[in-house]
Design a protein around this ligand. Structure first.
Ligand SMILES: [Zn+2]
Length: 364
């Protein structure tokens, strides 16, 4: 009995997510648009449309009167019906953004975090930042939750920060649980890079193929979008791209190995040789392309965005010269479409996805 109820609830959520996905991509849509795009029956679509309208997530905006046949109601997504807050927790800063249901960043703030900050210090910074943002925008009843994109290693499935390099107070900290208690809101916790690639996937819509987001910000990480979803790996620890070795006899890295991409890049950047630093990253990107065959590589992160043209040129050059010798292989290389907000915005989109998107897993 429980199983049947759960299945019905899952199916209802799934159908609703399909309609929301059409609404987010098309902005204006009719019942027939949804039927065509989703394969659901007209009756099922009518039910979902009625429910979403009652909740205020979509609204009728127009009536189309065809020459032949019945007039059709045109609906649109109501962007300000729901909001989410996204947080990007870096080693020295906390960036917060307010994102509406359509995925538009409405506000963005950045504040410093204390050096080697503790979990209580982060929770306090989150609370005061969120209170200020929610108060200014008057979000009563419309705030879905808070997405947190944080430096790893991090266990997304269990909501644990496993031990961020360079932060001494973050070993097996159940951040998702304590943040839910402290803030009184649903929390989605993920690696910064996975949040970032989610933002890019939202921005690009259905045309977004297999992709990676390379982030350089006091470390180097990679977020992956494979087969139409974020790829986190067996232990949700995918993305430690900076700790792949590019020089067997290279300098010792914070992770204990020698010649990791991150430390080799760091040495070049510290010496002021940004062209070499960018080439080191480009070599790593080509290794990724050879392994995963990606359609899109997105470059992001505060340290990268200080020299955007240098990195973009080096990676684009390496991709065309080293990886793509055949003309049937093509990979787009771009800078993050949301700039410095990419991680925080993606974290907010993840919590919107969780509530109004495709459910990640069927209930058991
Ligand atoms: Zn390393």
């Amino acid at each position: 009995m429980t199983r049947i109820t759960a299945d019905v609830r899952f199916l209802r959520g799934y159908n609703q997510a399909l309609v929301m996905a059409v609404g987010r991509t098309a902005r204006r849509f009719e019942r027939s648009t949804v039927v065509e795009a989703t394969g659901l029956t007209p009756q099922a679509v009518s039910k979902v449309i009625a429910r979403l309208s009652a909740e205020g997530l979509i609204r009728p905006t127009d009536v189309r009167r065809p020459g032949v046949g019945k007039p059709a109601v045109v609906y649109e997504l109501v962007p300000d019906s729901r909001y989410a807050i996204g947080a990007h927790v870096a080693r020295r800063t906390l960036r917060l953004v307010l994102v509406d249901l359509a995925g538009t960043v409405r506000h963005s703030t950045v504040s410093p975090l204390p050096g080697d900050f503790t979990p209580p210090q982060l929770l306090d910074a989150l609370r005061s930042g969120i209170d200020a943002m929610a108060g200014n925008a008057d979000l009563r009843g419309r705030l879905t939750g808070v997405g947190i994109g944080m430096i790893g290693p991090l266990d997304h499935a269990h909501g644990l920060v496993r031990g961020a390099h360079g932060l001494r107070h973050w070993h097996d900290v159940p951040l998702r649980e304590i943040a839910e208690e402290h803030l009184g809101l649903p929390i989605h916790l993920d690696k910064d890079v996975t949040a970032g690639i989610t933002a890019e996937a939202w921005r690009h819509g259905a045309t977004f193929g297999d992709a990676a987001l390379i982030m350089i910000e006091s470390g180097i990480g990679g977020g992956f979008w494979l087969g139409g979803a974020a790829h986190r790996g067996a232990h949700t620890n995918a993305g430690e791209f900076g700790h792949t070795v590019v020089d067997l006899d290279g300098p010792r890295c914070v992770c204990g190995r020698h010649g990791c991409l991150e430390i080799v890049h760091q040495h070049a950047a510290d010496a002021g040789d940004m062209a070499r630093a960018a080439r080191v990253v480009a070599v790593g990107v080509v290794n990724l392309l050879q392994t995963l065959d990606l359609a899109h590589v997105v470059l992001a992160g505060a340290d990268l965005l200080r020299h955007p043209d240098t990195y973009l040129a080096a990676v684009t050059e390496a991709v065309s010269a080293d990886a793509r010798r055949a003309n049937w292989l093509s990979t787009r290389v771009t800078l993050s479409s949301l700039g410095a907000d990419a991680i925080a915005a993606g974290a907010a989109m993840q919590i919107l996805d969780q509530h109004y998107g495709i459910p990640e897993l069927a209930p058991t």
